[in-house]
Write a protein that binds this ligand. Structure first.
Ligand code: NDP
Length: 259
C-alpha cells in the first residue's frame, strides 16, 4: 500500500532512540523527510544522519528540551526551515516511580510540562505551518496507562491521561483546519529502556524478567516491537487513514482489560 507520504515533512519528538526513532525511521522508509528531536545532541544527530543515509531523505536533528517553551520553539523553527510540517508526532516522554504522598510539586510540574505542555506548544506552532499546506496530521503518543494505571507511577498515569484528553480537544478544533488528530496508547513495547531496566533488576536473566512482565500483563504474552507500533503510527498519520479523527487506538497485545 502506498501511504502517500513521499516528500512530506514529519516532526517526531523524542526520536533519538526507542519508539520515536522507530517512528522516524518508518516515515523515512515511506519517503518522508523527518525532523528528529531529543535533548542529547550527539544521539539525535547520529540518528538523523543514519536515517538520511539509509533512506535518502532529508533529515534535521534538533537538540532541545521540549518541556520548555524555548525547546518547542526550536523545533517549530527547524520545521519551518525545512518547508513546514505535514505531520507531527508528540512522542517524547518517560515513565515515573513515586507515591502521591511523597512526590514533590516540582516532579508533578516537570511531567506536566513534558507530557502535556510540549504537545500544546508544538501542536499550536506546527498547525500554522500545516494550514499553509492545506492540512496535516498529528498523533499524540500517550500510553495504556492513560486509561489503565500502573500502581507505581501515578504521575505518569495522570499526565498521560491529560494528554489523551488534550488530543481529543485538539482534534475537534483542528479538523476545521483539515488537520486530523489521533492518539495512540501503546502497551508493552520493547525498547532499550525496558531492556536496561530488566538488566538492572535481574542481571543475566533479564530476558526472563521481560517474559514475566509480558505473561502477567499482555494477553499475547510478549512485548510489541518498536516496528509493530511505528507501522501503526505512520499509517494513522498518512492520507490512507483519512477518516480517522479524534480517536484513541490501543496497540497493546490485549493488555487493556476492558472493551
Ligand atoms: P525512551 O526513553 O527510549 O526514549 C525517549 C526519547 O525522548 C529519547 O529520544 C529522549 O532523548 C527523548 N526525550 C526525553 N525527554 C525529553 C525532553 N524533555 N525533551 C526532548 N526529548 C526528550 O522512551 P520510549 O521510546 O520507551 O517511549 C517513547 C514514548 O512512548 C514516551 O512518551 C512513553 O511514555 C511512551 N510509551 C512507551 C511505552 C513502552 O513500553 N516503551 C509504552 C507506552 C507508552 P533525550 O533523553 O536525549 O532527551
Amino acid at each position: 500500500m502506498d501511504l502517500g507520504l513521499t516528500g512530506k515533512l514529519a516532526i517526531v519528538t523524542g526520536a533519538s532512540k526507542g519508539i520515536g526513532l522507530g517512528i522516524a525511521r518508518a516515515f523515512a522508509r515511506e519517503g518522508a523527510d523527518v525532523v528528529l528531536t531529543a535533548r542529547t545532541a550527539d544521539a539525535v544527530e547520529a540518528a538523523a544522519a543514519e536515517i538520511a543515509a539509509e533512506y535518502g531523505v532529508n533529515t534535521r536533528a534538533v537538540a532541545s528540551d521540549v518541556s520548555t517553551p524555548e525547546g518547542c520553539q526550536a523545533v517549530i523553527d527547524a520545521a519551518a526551515e525545512m518547508g513546514g510540517a505535514d505531520v507531527f508526532v508528540s512522542n517524547a516522554g518517560t515513565g515515573s516511580n513515586e507515591t502521591i504522598a511523597e512526590a514533590p510539586d516540582a516532579k508533578w510540574q516537570s511531567y506536566w510540562d513534558l507530557h502535556v505542555m510540549a504537545a500544546v506548544r508544538l501542536s499550536r506552532g506546527l498547525a500554522d505551518q500545516m494550514d499553509a499546506k492545506g492540512g496535516g496530521a498529528m498523533l499524540m503518543n500517550a500510553s495504556i496507562c492513560a486509561v489503565q494505571p500502573l500502581w507505581y507511577e501515578p504521575i505518569y498515569n495522570t499526565t498521560k491521561a491529560a494528554l489523551l484528553m488534550f488530543g481529543k480537544c485538539l482534534s475537534t478544533e483542528m479538523i476545521k483546519r483539515n488537520i486530523r488528530v489521533n492518539t495512540v496508547n501503546p502497551g508493552l513495547i520493547r525498547t532499550p529502556d525496558w531492556e536496561n531496566t530488566a538488566r538492572e533488576l535481574r542481571g543475566d536473566d533479564w530476558e526472563g524478567y521481560l517474559q514475566e512482565v509480558a505473561d502477567e500483563n499482555a494477553d499475547i504474552r510478549r512485548f510489541g516491537t518498536v516496528g509493530e507500533l511505528a507501522d501503526f503510527c505512520v499509517f494513522l498519520c498518512s492520507p490512507r487513514a483519512s477518516y480517522s479523527v479524534g480517536s484513541a487506538y490501543h496497540v497493546d497485545g490485549g493488555m487493556l482489560k476492558t472493551t
